[in-house]
Design a protein around this ligand. Structure first.
Ligand code: DGL
Length: 270
């Protein structure tokens, strides 16, 4: 059984990491990071839709099923059409964990950070409508974090990253918010930065910062167990990472991110 993961770049590895480390995902995993075209969030929507389908086709041709679209931007733009077109494939999508924040309703607002494409899509707006929380949700584009995350010097960019986060958060009074939802799979790479900035701006603030990786991972394992009754006997985790552009940076960064996952990783150019 081959399990596919897809993202515009490194972000989906935050989901894969959660799935391997905390949900004990096993088996043959194919992760496609479209590093040639990253970031998606500021690009033309039709162009992104086209390349998402091309990339998903690569995973389908490798025999992957299920496929996790570990990218909020690609999910919000394309998952409906992909499900209609490839009926035999199980697509597991990613969407900002607004429901988690709304279920924990604390009579405060929810701040959703995502890419410019994600915050404009019907998928997200419909979810907010359905949960009836329009009045308490603020949407904020934070595209620059994607570029920071893909940078080889990411770990040395603390000041730049923190200044950018500060600039974003300064538009709001965080005392009025219960949750910050990280609605892009790249953003969990900056949990520590968020905590640092919030502590500086609001020393007594107890705001919750959440992402959707756990929910997606649990959902994935549930689907895998449904399809593969022998799954519990799997012991190894092998990760093959496909890149769309040769990049030492991607290799170094992906090893840093999956550092504790003890997965056997190899790289291939597509
Ligand atoms: N990781 C992505 C997401 O969850 C894509 C970000 C981008 O390429 O702009 O939206």
């Amino acid at each position: 059984m081959k399990i596919g993961f897809f993202d515009s770049g490194l972000g989906g590895l935050t989901v894969l990491k959660e799935a391997i480390e905390n949900e004990k995902l096993k088996g043959e995993i194919y992760y496609l990071g479209d590093n040639k075209n990253t970031p998606y969030g500021l690009k033309d929507e039709n162009f992104v839709k086209k390349i998402v389908e091309e990339n998903i086709n690569i995973l389908i041709n490798y025999g992957c099923n299920p496929i996790v679209i570990a990218c909020n931007t690609a999910t919000s733009l394309s998952i409906k059409e992909l499900r209609e077109k490839y009926k035999d494939i199980i697509f597991i999508g990613t969407e900002p964990a607004i429901k988690v924040a709304s279920d924990a309703y604390m009579h405060k607002k929810i701040l959703v950070l995502a890419t410019s494409i994600t915050i404009k899509q019907e998928k997200l707006l419909n979810l907010i409508d359905k949960l009836n929380i329009k009045k308490c949700v603020q949407l904020c584009a934070a595209d620059k974090l994607v570029q920071f995350a893909e940078d080889i010097n990411c770990n040395n960019l603390k000041k730049e990253v923190n200044d950018y986060i500060k600039e974003l958060l300064s538009k709001y009074d965080l005392n009025e918010f219960s949750h910050i939802v990280l609605g892009c799979t790249h953003f969990p790479l900056f949990y520590e930065n968020f905590k640092m900035v919030i502590k500086e701006l609001y020393p007594n603030c107890n705001i919750n910062i959440i992402d959707g990786a756990k929910g997606i991972s649990i959902n994935l394992i549930k689907h895998i167990k449904n399809i593969n009754k022998d799954y519990d006997n799997e012991t190894n985790t092998k990760v093959c990472i496909f890149l769309t552009k040769e990049s030492e940076t991607f290799k170094i960064r992906s090893r840093q991110i999956l550092n504790n996952s003890k997965a056997d990783i190899e790289y291939k150019l597509q």
